[in-house]
Design a protein around this ligand. Structure first.
Ligand SMILES: [Zn+2]
Length: 263
C-alpha cells in the first residue's frame, strides 16, 4: 500500500509572505496534517513558529532562509500535536506552553501517519463532516526507505515553558504569548501588537471549521478563547493550517463558533 507512494526529492515548499516572514509547508503530507510553519526574521534572533511532522529535517531548510546564518533560532510549538511539534527536537531553543511540555516527551507514542492509530470516534466525526481520512496521511514519500507505518516523531524536552503574557523578544520585534486553550489544553497564539499580526496555531482556520473534539479539546474553554480573539485589533492572522486572513474573517469565524456552541 505505502510502496505505491511516489518518492519526491523536495519535501518542503517555501513561500515569501513579506520581507521578514516566510511560510514553509509540507505539500506531500495529506492536507489534514499539512501545517503552516513560519520563519520570522528578527534583528537579534529569528523565530520559527511550528515545526511540521518531523518526517524530513526542517532545521537545515530554515537555516538556509535566515538572512544571517549565525543568528540564534527560537523554535515555538503553538501546541504539541504531531504536525506542529514533530521537528521541534532539532532546535536548541524549544518553547511550548507549560500545559503541553509533558506531551512533547510522549510524541513517539503513536504512529501519526496511519489513521488506524487515531481515535475511532474522531475519524467518524470527520467522515460525518464530509472529510474521509485516507489510511495513510501522505501523498508521497521522501525516500524509498521511508516507511510511514513505523514513523513516529522524535520526543523532546522543552527548554522554556511558556505562560500567558510571556514575551518572545527578537530584538526589533516582540511577540506576546496568548494562552488559547480549546483545540488543545496548552494551545498558544503569538501576538505582535505593533503590526496587528497573530500567529494563531490551530485555534482558528480560514475555513471556520474549528476542531474542539480531539483528545484534550474543550469547547467551553474554546468559547472563552474565541471571545478573546474577537476583541483583538488584528490586521492579519497566520493560522496553523490553510490561508492567512484579516479581522473581518476572524470575527465571522469567532461568531460562527459561538453560535454553533450555544450563542
Ligand atoms: Zn492541532
Amino acid at each position: 500500500m505505502t510502496s505505491a507512494l511516489p518518492v519526491v526529492a523536495q519535501w518542503f515548499s517555501v513561500t515569501r509572505v513579506d520581507a521578514a516572514t516566510l511560510l514553509v509547508s509540507e505539500p506531500h503530507v495529506d492536507v489534514f496534517l499539512r501545517a503552516n510553519l513560519w520563519l520570522v526574521r528578527g534583528s537579534e534572533r529569528d523565530l520559527v513558529v511550528d515545526t511540521g511532522n518531523g518526517i524530513v529535517p526542517l532545521r537545515p531548510v530554515v537555516a538556509a532562509l535566515q538572512d544571517d546564518p549565525g543568528k540564534p533560532l527560537v523554535a515555538v510549538a503553538t501546541h504539541a500535536h504531531c504536525d506542529h511539534a514533530g521537528g521541534l527536537h532539532e532546535f536548541d531553543q524549544r518553547l511550548v506552553h507549560e500545559a503541553e511540555a509533558g506531551q512533547l516527551l510522549r510524541l513517539a507514542d503513536a504512529p501519526p501517519l496511519l489513521t488506524s492509530s487515531w481515535p475511532r470516534a474522531f475519524i467518524e466525526e470527520c467522515a460525518a463532516a464530509g472529510y474521509l481520512l485516507p489510511d495513510v496521511l501522505l501523498e508521497a514519500r521522501p525516500s524509498e526507505e521511508f516507511d510511514p507505518s513505523v514513523f513516529a516523531p522524535t520526543p523532546c524536552r522543552a527548554t522554556r515553558a511558556l505562560r500567558d503574557g510571556d514575551v518572545i523578544d527578537l530584538g526589533d520585534r516582540r511577540f506576546e504569548v496568548l494562552a488559547l486553550p480549546g483545540h488543545s489544553p496548552g494551545g498558544i497564539g503569538l501576538w505582535e501588537v505593533e503590526t496587528g499580526t497573530l500567529f494563531s496555531g490551530d485555534t482558528v482556520y480560514e475555513d471556520g471549521d474549528l476542531l474542539d473534539s480531539l483528545p484534550g479539546g474543550d469547547w467551553e474553554k474554546y468559547r472563552h478563547t474565541v471571545r478573546r480573539l474577537r476583541d483583538l485589533p488584528v490586521e492579519v492572522v497566520h493560522a496553523g493550517h490553510e490561508a492567512s486572513f484579516g479581522r473581518a474573517r476572524l470575527i465571522e469565524i469567532c461568531d460562527g463558533y459561538l453560535e454553533l456552541t450555544g450563542g
